[in-house]
Ligand binder design. Sequence first.
Ligand SMILES: Nc1nc2c(ncn2[C@@H]2O[C@H](COP(=O)(O)OP(=O)(O)OP(=O)(O)O)[C@@H](O)[C@H]2O)c(=O)[nH]1
Ligand SMILES: [Mg+2]
Length: 358
Amino acid sequence: MEAGIIGLPYIGKTTLFNALTAMGVAGESGGRPNVGVVQVPDPRLETIAQFIPTQKIIHATLQLVDVAGLAAGASEGKGSGNKFLAHVRNVDALIHVVRCFADESVPHLHGRVDPVSDVEEVELELIFADLEVVENSLKNAQRKARTGDRESTRRLEVLNQCKAVLEDGRPVSSMGLDDADLHLLKSHALLTLKPVLLVANIGEDDLQAQSEPVRKLRSFAEEKGREMVAVCAKLDAELVELVPEERAEMLSELGLAEPALNTLARAIYKVLGLQSFFTAGPKEVRAWPIRIGSTAPIAAGAIHSDIERGFIRVETYSVDDLVRHKTEQAIKAAGKLRVEGKSYIIQDGDVCHYLFNV
Ligand SMILES: Nc1nc2c(ncn2[C@@H]2O[C@H](COP(=O)(O)OP(=O)(O)OP(=O)(O)O)[C@@H](O)[C@H]2O)c(=O)[nH]1
Ligand SMILES: [Mg+2]
């Protein structure tokens, strides 16, 4: 799982990246992106390990890519050729950071804090970047379509529709394309097809996220049905410097429930439509991210393709059942260990033992 951090310049992208990855890198200055891997916090893993003694706990991981701020050309009606967007072409989701903090000492690109127009400006840049990709692909697609095969003909049609939509200032995600058409577009890695999480970067003086700019961004997000969370990148960058006990103390002093990483990881799962199931044994207790609605064999594919291919059945129970009954034997004795077949839809938090044969 990989997410790219994007937004206008000087809005706290690298500060957030540092806070999340605890890497403390200086900045990427338009060249190579910062790349870091974070563990997705999930307290259920520790809960499971309390009852099933294990050598190690393995969290799901999220790879983060932090690129330079987007040079804005969109407001003048043209894309500014933000080449480094290439670094986020292959991510699964975009984390779009939006400045909501009001620090006078940090210059704002347009001299004012206006999150909604900032979002629109960045999204227009993404649209321009995709338009360039689509236009560059059209010639090739036209040539291939002349052979008359169905797939090539359809690809040309879809690319032309994309071009029209992008020229109209709308993202390709708004087209409601079906899976077959999306598959045809896959190799183009369009940015405006990616799920986006809006992250309001709030000031240290506004930890409850009530300032005018955040409110505006929140109502924009609600109106458009967009996912948004608020975090204070600067505060979190300071928090990661502390030892865990001090961190917890400072969080509660500030009246905050959790660090930004927890908030963000949950929101990213949501925009990607993901959930986790677990495997648990003496060697490891591990979280596996899968798409919501995955059947038992498809979910098994996250562990190993052999288990998917040779799937026989899965024995499963919930973390709550483990807490209640304390051992797998007791879960079984209480009739709470379920044996499920290949059409079973894995539920969030299922602990699974797969039986397979290859
Ligand atoms: N007051 C305040 N300042 C912040 C906050 N987040 C970031 N900053 C400051 O804003 C400045 C820019 O932060 P960066 O994280 O480098 O911004 P960026 O978005 O990565 O910038 P580019 O990579 O140049 O596009 C730094 O001086 C940060 O200390 C915040 O939540 N509050
Ligand atoms: Mg940066």
